[in-house]
Design a protein around this ligand. Structure first.
Ligand code: PLP
Length: 385
């Protein structure tokens, strides 16, 4: 089976992990700060907080922004469930904003319309989470302008987009957001096995995220309610979690970082070749380069169902049967049973649902060579008959 995504691990990566295993620190040593510094430098941002997953990063980002009971978080329905679950962890409520049918990202026009209605109803969001789907940057300038007008905070879910850029700056620079979150799950662009990171230019937000990452405990005298009892002393001043990244993960991350630009460039070569080879097939290829450079985590096609005989599910099953590990990113979150039980209904977000009825993620990873890609194209050509 050719998978839809796959990590690239070299001997150098393996050596970096082994070096940690022979060292004094398996956690809370020098590697996690080194990984944070490397990514902050890469993104040209000031503070990076490494954690054990992007899900944890989204959670501590929401906590640091003060999201809580009675507050609203808005995001796109076409995302992984973690982008909205983070609000529920904080006791806040979730609302979705439909996608732009061209880019598949949260539609700033729909967002503005919904904000005007929410302002009248007194239900404005505290946090909006734009997701750079497939790595393609959202219209951050427009979303940021709306944040100034309506007073919400922005967390970019850049789980698909590390290594990409927007308006000439790396995604993660946070020029239009409060916090940017990355994922390092093995299918993503660089990996730490499990892992995530929250980037910010705000020292207070970084300090609060560091607290929430590690039990809400501080050893900083400036944050304590009274002078330290002695050299052993620490205080718990918030209810935090254990979301730390291990040294093993961070060492792998530092090593992977060295190839980040090569990975993304290779993904662009593969996408360009897909664009060419798919041009004559009854599918819609993804738009790229909307004011930026995609991280290209995914390559999603939409089937032109009015031009073919088989159904979406049939094409998908035929590809799987032919050994092509296609996938579907994503089942719209509001159609999940857990969200339906909260009152969301099928039909609430028509563009997201139309996308879901036609989308298929083709294999996309740096080691997908031309021969493997040709296999994908041949199988797809057959499956569309
Ligand atoms: C993968 C992913 C996450 C969650 O990442 P983990 O590191 O697995 O927790 C969140 N949001 C999006 C958009 C993702 O693709």
């Amino acid at each position: 089976m050719i998978p839809y995504g796959r990590q690239d691990i070299t001997q150098e990566d393996i050596d970096a992990v082994i070096e940690v295993l022979r060292s004094d620190f398996l956690t809370q040593g020098p590697k996690a700060p080194q990984f944070e510094a490397a990514l902050a430098r890469y993104c040209d941002a000031t503070h990076a907080v490494a954690v054990n997953s992007a899900t944890s990063a989204l959670h501590i980002a929401c906590l640091a922004l003060g999201l809580g009971k009675g507050d609203w978080l808005w995001t796109t329905p076409v995302t992984f469930v973690a982008s909205s679950n983070c609000a529920l962890y904080c006791g806040a409520k979730v609302e979705f904003v439909d996608i732009d049918p061209r880019t598949y990202n949260l539609d700033p026009v729909a967002l503005e319309r919904k904000l005007i209605a929410a302002e009248a109803a007194g239900t404005l969001p505290k946090v909006v989470v734009p997701v750079h789907l497939c790595g393609e940057p959202c219209d951050m300038q427009a979303i940021h302008a709306l944040s100034l007008r309506f007073g919400f905070k922005i967390i970019e879910d850049a789980s698909h987009a590390v290594g990409g850029s927007y308006q000439g700056r790396k995604i993660g620079a946070c020029q239009y957001s409060d916090i940017t979150v990355f994922s390092f799950h093995p299918v993503k662009i660089i990996t730490t096995a499990e892992g995530g990171l929250a980037m910010t230019n705000d020292a207070d937000l970084a300090e609060r995220m560091e607290l929430f990452r590690s039990h809400g405990i501080t050893r900083d005298p400036a944050l304590m309610t009274h002078e330290a009892d002695g050299g052993w002393y620490y205080q718990q001043i918030e209810l935090g979690y254990n979301y730390r990244m291990t040294e093993i993960q961070a060492a792998l991350g530092v090593s992977q970082m060295k190839r980040l630009d090569t990975f993304v460039a290779r993904r662009h070569q593969i996408a360009d070749r897909y664009d060419r080879l798919l041009a004559s097939l009854p599918v819609t290829t993804p738009v790229r380069g909307q004011d930026g450079y995609s991280g290209l985590h995914l390559y999603v096609i939409r089937l032109n169902l009015d031009q073919i005989n088989p159904t979406h599910a049939q094409v998908f099953e035929r590809l799987r049967a032919a050994g092509i590990g296609v996938n579907l990113h994503y089942i719209p979150v509001h159609t999940q049973p857990y969200y339906q039980a909260m009152g969301f209904k099928v039909g609430d977000y028509p563009e997201a649902e139309a996308y879901y009825s036609e989308a298929i993620s083709l294999p996309m990873f740096p080691n997908l060579d031309d021969a493997l890609q040709d296999e994908v194209i041949a199988a797809l050509t057959q499956a569309l008959q």
